[in-house]
Design a protein around this ligand. Sequence first.
Ligand code: PLP
Length: 384
Amino acid sequence: MIFLDSAGTTPVRREVLEAMWPLLTGDFGNPSSHHELGESAKRALNGARKSVAASIGCRASDVIFTSGGTESDNLAIKGFALAEPRGRHIVTSAVEHEAVLESVDYLARIHGFEVTVLPVDSRGLVDLDNVRDALRPNTTLCTIMYANNEVGVVQPIAAIAELCQVHGVPLHTDAVQAAGWLPLDPAVLGVDALSLSGHKLGAPKGIGVLIAKGRRSLEPVLHGGGQERGKRSGTENVAGAVGFAHALALAENDRAERAERIRRLRDDFVADVQARVPAAILTGPELGETANRLPNNASFCFPGTSGESLLLELGRAGIICSAGSACAVGSDDASHVLTAMGIDEEIAQTAVRFSLSGETTAEELATVAAEIETAYRAVRSLSG
Ligand code: PLP
């Protein structure tokens, strides 16, 4: 099997599992318990919190453990919007993950927030002038993703943050796809909050982090026993938190070198696919626009086919990739990301995303490029 769906999920790394194991077995305490096992779990949890803070470059008290990227997005968006006394206006973009778009939609439907959805250009980028025009003195929150899960476009978050700062508007960014590939330091990015998910990083599913700068108040979404300084109630997933911290530290350790190596492999792969299937359209930013594209994303449309049929053909050849993104359950609709980029709905249905991991090899990519050509011809001959 050749796995090219790392933007969908990643396997748990052995070192991560080993770090988690003691907390699932012998040292299984509840961090809220006032006995030795509880105290030990609390130490492990706080150690994980400090480690995440050190990996990212924030304060340990800014780290809130959640159940994943979806919860982190919900907490940041609902939490900031409902805690902010001024205004009822949210700015977001048309290419956000559903966890963001649906949270914003909830605030609009149930709490009467006004929403400005920023358009994107054909590469998937938001325009800074549009951000500037959208922000108002009473804007409650701006939420724009760092890197896109479908086409890998990287938004100019630091420049957006500067604009938000002029109006004192809190900025949240969904950094789920950026983690492990791009720098995350919230002070450098200038964001108030940043969402992360463990299973994109070599930690298990069901653990995530919201980095939320302490100076902003955050209304909790989950109410209960007051864990995570009252920001996120519920008995903490101690082993998950330890696994997350470990996975993030490992990913940060070799990030720059790995990102550059994978970017080169990806660029060669894209060139190979385009040579074999000249009709293939690379979606998202051009490869030369290194700063604007995740190094591990190669996403195409193959006009005259269907993404699902190509996926089946590639699956038969032992290649795992994705038609668009894996994030919406059972959706057959054309991707909202591709249509926002101005791609025709019919063409958008032919999208296939290949997302590389740090372990992907040149040999694997050569095999995949050849199999794409075969699959493309097979699907074309069936539909033609
Ligand atoms: N945000 C982005 C950009 C994602 O790609 C995903 C998952 O694919 C999520 C949020 C949701 O994360 P989780 O699966 O941890 O809930």
